[in-house]
Design a protein around this ligand. Structure first.
Ligand code: ADP
Ligand code: G6P
Length: 483
């Protein structure tokens, strides 16, 4: 029987060795949380990196690792510490990530990183070949594995291969600065179908293909040798039901079933019923605009001092890629900003910012989503931003205001949110005021539209649309006559 092979760098769980045994912890990030729902519902094998390097892993644990992963429907690609350095911390997160998020000043073009990226992509391609046969469908995910489609194509010319990019594809003017731009495009074009979150990313990609490779592009088809590659946009949804049900369950909890975090949130509400909670949740990443958001919050409190003691900003920042220097600098910057603002503005009864730097269990995310009056998400660039969608899905009574950056892919589908430019402090201060004072009826009217759309276009529909489009193409019922 043919199966689907999902392949990404990050698996839905990360393995850690503690006290000589293995622990599997859920991965954070849109790719892992989104695809987890798709994977758990179907017949698929998910191949990726376990989170452990060869050097971390005593031989005696190898079979236990395989067993632990297979319980989650996963299989591993083995990576050395040198691989992880050059491929993950290097090319993926010091070259592609900053470049594709328009942070040219952070982008490092290092030949050594590129060489390791190529060799590690080959390891992933080899793992696919080892775990699959010709009839299986291969679905490759994200920027860490852009060479994999072509590497698999060379060995399996007739296999159906799809690729989905979870981050933005930048404009041609940005992309063309990369020394290995042609190789990256050729790697991606090993696919039959290439998917992006938005039409703009798709357009940027096609423009790069045309201008850098000189290939024929017609509408969203690329003609290469004897193949036609289809390019399309598929905005990723969330597991709407999971978030809605979790919020319903949460609301039923009795007093003594509340988490410590929920008790803290409830005590806060009880002691200051008029105070609004403003929530932001992100991986600690410069693309998320966390430092700017904190500055904008200070600006807001200075512009509208009547809201001092009437609002509190909760920042949940999840540790991410902490070996990359820019992330270490950002961590220090945020620590200092929060310390300074809380030091300057706190009163006996009020701390303006609650800052958590950790990953929290799912239940606590739900505590935060359901207890916050406003979600304020200000990425400077973001492929999609699923947190925005998750917040709306948990608002059972339809109240709550979402303030969302125009630079997030999700903004294209969430017009009823209050959309802002994260670089415009004046606009953000006014929008915060508007959110704080927005009548309940208006909140509910806006969220009704958002919820209906999120429920309909959930992550399962997203995955099905991608797979159906890939299957249709392989079955040849579309026009793709070679040129
Ligand atoms: P990115 O993929 O860039 O991290 P997204 O907003 O698209 O951004 O996805 C983040 C995902 O990580 C969401 O599904 C969210 O639920 C999850 N997540 C965020 N913060 C935490 C946390 N503290 N603990 C666990 N999961 C988290
Ligand atoms: C984004 C990327 C994913 C990545 C996730 C978490 O969502 O698109 O590919 O897995 O961030 O980042 P990490 O580096 O921890 O895998």
């Amino acid at each position: 029987m043919s199966k689907t092979i999902i392949i990404s760098n990050r698996l839905p769980v990360q393995l850690q060795i503690s006290d000589g045994g293995l622990t599997a912890i859920p991965s954070v990030g849109g790719l892992a949380t989104g695809m987890k729902s798709v994977h758990s519902g179907g017949e698929s094998l998910w191949i990726g990196w376990s989170g452990l390097t060869d050097e971390d892993t005593p031989e005696s644990l190898e079979s236990e690792i395989d067993r632990a992963l297979s319980e989650h429907g996963c299989a591993k690609v083995k990576l050395t510490a040198k691989d992880v350095d050059g491929f993950y911390f290097g090319f993926s997160n010091r070259t592609i990530w900053p470049l594709f998020h328009y942070f040219l000043e952070y982008t490092e073009f290092e030949l050594d990183f590129w060489n390791v990226y190529k060799s590690v992509n080959q390891k992933f391609a080899d793992a696919i070949i080892a775990h699959s046969d010709e009839n299986d469908t291969i679905w490759v995910h994200d920027y860490q594995l852009m060479l994999v489609p072509q590497m698999v194509r060379e060995k399996r010319p007739n296999t159906s291969i799809g690729f989905f990019l979870h981050i933005p594809f930048p404009s041609y003017e940005i992309f063309r600065t990369m020394p290995w731009r042609e190789e990256v495009l050729t790697g991606l074009l090993g696919s039959d179908l290439i998917g992006f979150h938005t039409y703009d990313y798709e357009r940027h990609f096609l423009s790069s293909v045309r201008r850098l490779l000189g290939l024929d592009v017609s509408f969203n088809d690329v003609y290469l040798d004897h193949r036609v590659i289809k390019v399309d946009s598929f905005p990723m949804g969330i597991d709407y039901k999971k978030f809605k049900d979790a919020a319903l369950e949460h609301n039923k909890n009795k007093e003594d079933q509340r988490s410590d975090l929920q008790i803290k949130l409830d005590n806060h509400k009880a002691s200051a019923p008029d105070t609004k909670l403003i929530l932001s949740i992100d991986r600690l990443d410069y693309s998320k605009g966390i430092a700017k958001r904190i500055n904008a919050f200070e600006y807001f409190l200075n512009k509208y001092p009547e809201y001092k003691e009437k609002v509190r900003l909760i920042i949940l920042a999840v540790p991410s890629r902490s070996n990359v220097p820019q992330y270490q600098l950002l961590k220090r910057e945020i620590d200092e900003l929060v310390g300074r603002i809380n030091g300057e503005l706190s009163t006996v009864n009020w701390t303006p910012i609650w800052y958590f730097y950790r990953s929290l269990p799912f239940e606590n995310l739900i505590d935060l989503y359901t207890s916050s009056d406003i979600a304020w998400l200000t990425p400077l660039r973001d492929g999609m931003n699923l947190v925005a969608k998750e917040y709306i899905a948990t608002r059972i009574d339809k109240t709550g205001v979402l303030i969302l950056s125009e630079m997030a892919g999700s903004a294209y589908e969430m017009n009823e949110a209050l959309l802002i430019n994260p670089n415009n402090f004046e606009q953000q201060a006014d929008t915060l005021k508007r959110a704080i004072t927005m009548p309940k009826e208006e909140q509910m009217a806006r969220n009704m539209f958002l919820q209906n759309r999120l429920e309909r276009y959930n992550v399962e529909v997203w995955a099905n649309e991608f797979m159906n489009s890939l299957n249709r193409k392989s079955e040849g019922d579309e026009t793709f006559v070679s040129q």
